[in-house]
Design a protein around this ligand. Structure first.
Ligand code: FAD
Ligand code: NAP
Length: 537
């Protein structure tokens, strides 16, 4: 799209990742005029930015892709169980071309504000180029994990070597051959990149603050027969996924953990371990609600990790002790723990010896100076709210969303909030979002929003706005459901705990993907119960 026309549109979509691209296609196909703004130079969102070595999905590729078009499902062929970043990005580019999406996307264009006109219920969306467009609806497809964090290390700006963040990796790649490298952070991004960086670097220092649970990904190439079989049965695979707790076709063990005999339990964990991937934390349905059940999974896990690390003291440093297994996003890896058996890799426990500063030549901990040539920050994101907070969103009475959420995000169904009519969130706080397969989750949200807009137009309504009590009740329900699980026991980014000063609140709906979709559908079927439908502005 060239230039910014001032012609009002029905829908402004912010973001051109999985969610925004589908939003554009869906809204366009129901006859709405749509403009998409994307800060990056191209489509892809997460998969445009996170190009660090080893970046892959942790939901199986054949599930982590659009389900809305069988033509897309049949034409695209995934090559590995867990696709690489480059393959996912190629897929999204292919979809964008096939559906002719680019002509309505303004790239390299960041939305800086969205301001409501209460009289007309129209939003004025303004970009960093100074252009504004008026829209009846705004859909924030800005991503739950798109505001990367660079910690405020003293002296970071004085470092004389190369600095990389996993979420802003150079497109040309980085060759660490012969270099002394430090990685700070051992979440999913660190865990995926560390084994590959270790193979290249002369010396790798891994700065670990909190050890994380990581299970083998079990990645492998997909055979032609497997792909043919999946394609022949895609409809059923998707049906099961839509009815599942997490948006992929997983079936947990039929018994509760302690109902199973020790042999059955061991066999079930072993089977899930061998299959690989994040679903280890769903081997039994009660693993995330019962401490006793969780402890069984944890004990099994610990033995597996001890068995692959040569130095027993090092193994203990790498095994988490501060949170139940699965209460932080479980990582998936390819030989992460084995990497610490290499002679060129050293684990530095930041808990034992905190990072005090960074200087021109490297990192100073309370105990030593580490000379390095390159520093990799795998330090995560201001998740769920960080990206929205960067946009000046102004609703009724001049109320800013950032102020409204100062004590923690408040939404109804994760789809919107009171005081901000006609503003929709995709995969925002209050939805299952990152607890589910995010591609199906994005489709579900976009479909719900598209139906709601259709309903408003059919019924001569100008606006839709969550009622204040519906928001309060939903926030309370999300909190209550979270409290009934072990998830609130971890200092996770789900809880906002990774950002200094951020309010502690479990930001997601934990009740399961299918349950959540049922609630959203019931709300719509009841004439958008809990929302005020506004006839005339
Ligand atoms: P994003 O892909 O984050 O896209 C949001 C877009 O909005 C970005 O392109 C951004 O530039 C743009 N944007 C934001 N603010 C503005 C603004 N103000 N103006 C203009 N544009 C703006 N989820 C899974 O389900 N399975 C996985 O295996 C998985 N793996 C992941 C691996 C990594 C490394 C990361 C970081 C996340 C992973 N996730 C995974 C979560 C992932 O974020 C989602 O699956 C999905 O890609 C999100 O899509 P989205 O379109 O909602 O958001
Ligand atoms: P993350 O899970 O938040 O991990 C950040 C790491 O940096 C943590 O180990 C954290 O330690 C550490 N850290 C942060 N600030 C620090 C500081 N000041 N000093 C020392 N250490 C510091 O971030 P992420 O690894 O980028 O992953 C975020 C999410 O993205 C994942 O949970 C997942 O949902 C998604 N993701 C998925 C995949 C995949 O496999 N498909 C890959 C990457 C990302 P503490 O734990 O002590 O805070």
């Amino acid at each position: 799209m060239s230039g910014e026309s001032k012609t009002p549109v029905d829908v402004v979509v912010v973001g051109a990742g999985f969610a925004g691209l589908y939003g554009l296609h869906k809204f366009r196909s129901q006859g709405l005029s749509v403009r998409v703004f994307e800060a990056a130079p191209d489509v892809g969102g997460t998969w445009y930015y996170n190009r660090y070595p080893g970046a892959r999905c942790d939901v199986e590729s054949v599930d982590y892709c659009y389900s809305f078009s069988d033509e897309l499902q049949q034409e695209w062929t995934w090559t590995e169980k867990y696709a690489t970043q480059s393959e996912i990005l190629a897929y999204l580019n292919w979809v964008a071309d096939k559906l002719d999406l680019r002509r309505d996307i303004a790239f390299d264009t960041r939305v800086v504000s969205a301001v409501l006109d209460e009289q007309t219920l129209r939003w004025t969306v303004t970009t960093d180029a100074g252009d504004s467009v008026e829209a009846r609806f705004v859909v924030m497809a800005t991503g739950p994990l798109s505001a990367a964090i660079t910690p405020d290390f003293a002296g970071l700006d004085t470092f004389g070597g190369e600095i990389y963040h996993t979420a802003h990796w150079p497109h040309e790649g980085v060759d660490f051959t012969g270099k002394r490298v430090a990685v700070i952070g051992t979440g999913s991004s660190g865990v995926q990149s560390i084994p590959i960086i270790a193979e290249q670097a002369q010396q790798l220092y891994v700065f670990q603050r909190t050890p994380n649970y990581s299970v083998p990904a079990g990645n492998r190439p997909l055979t032609a027969d497997e792909v043919a079989d999946i394609k022949a049965n895609y409809a059923e695979r998707r049906r099961v996924s839509w009815r599942s707790g997490g948006g992929s076709p997983h079936v947990a063990h039929p018994k509760l953990t302690m109902e199973a005999t020790p042999e059955e339990r061991q066999a079930a964990f072993e089977k899930r371990w061998d299959l690989g991937g994040v679903l280890f934390s769903k081997t039994f349905t009660d693993q995330m609600v019962s401490r006793e059940a969780n402890d069984e999974a944890r004990k099994f896990y610990e033995e597996k990790i001890r068995s692959v690390i040569d130095d027993p003291d090092l193994a203990e440093l790498l095994i988490p002790t501060d949170h139940p297994i699965g209460t932080k996003r479980i990582c998936t890896d390819s030989n992460y723990f084995q990497t610490f058996n290499r002679t060129n890799v050293k684990l530095v426990s930041v808990r034992k010896t905190p990072i005090e500063s960074i200087d021109e030549s490297g990192i100073n901990t309370s105990e030593a100076h580490y000379d390095i040539d390159a520093l990799v920050l795998a330090t995560g994101f201001d998740a769920m709210t960080g990206t929205l907070a960067k946009i000046d969103i102004v609703g009724r009475g001049g109320q800013k969303l950032v102020d409204d959420w100062a004590d923690g995000p408040r939404t109804y169904l994760g789809l919107g909030t009171d005081g901000f009519p006609n503003l929709f969130l995709v995969s925002g706080p209050g939805a299952p979002a990152v607890l589910a397969n995010m591609v199906l989750h994005a489709e579900a949200h976009v479909n719900w929003i598209a139906d709601a807009i259709g309903y408003l137009d059919d019924h001569g309504c100008a606006g839709i706005e969550p009622a204040a009590d519906a928001v309060e009740n939903w926030v309370a329900e999300c909190a209550q459901r979270a409290e009934a699980t072990l998830f609130t026991k971890a200092n996770s980014w789900y809880m906002g705990a990774n950002v200094p000063g951020k309010p502690r609140q479990f930001m997601l709906f934990i009740g399961g993907f299918a349950t959540y979709l049922d609630i959203c559908n019931e709300v719509a079927a009841a004439g958008y119960k809990g929302f005020d439908l506004i006839k005339t502005p």
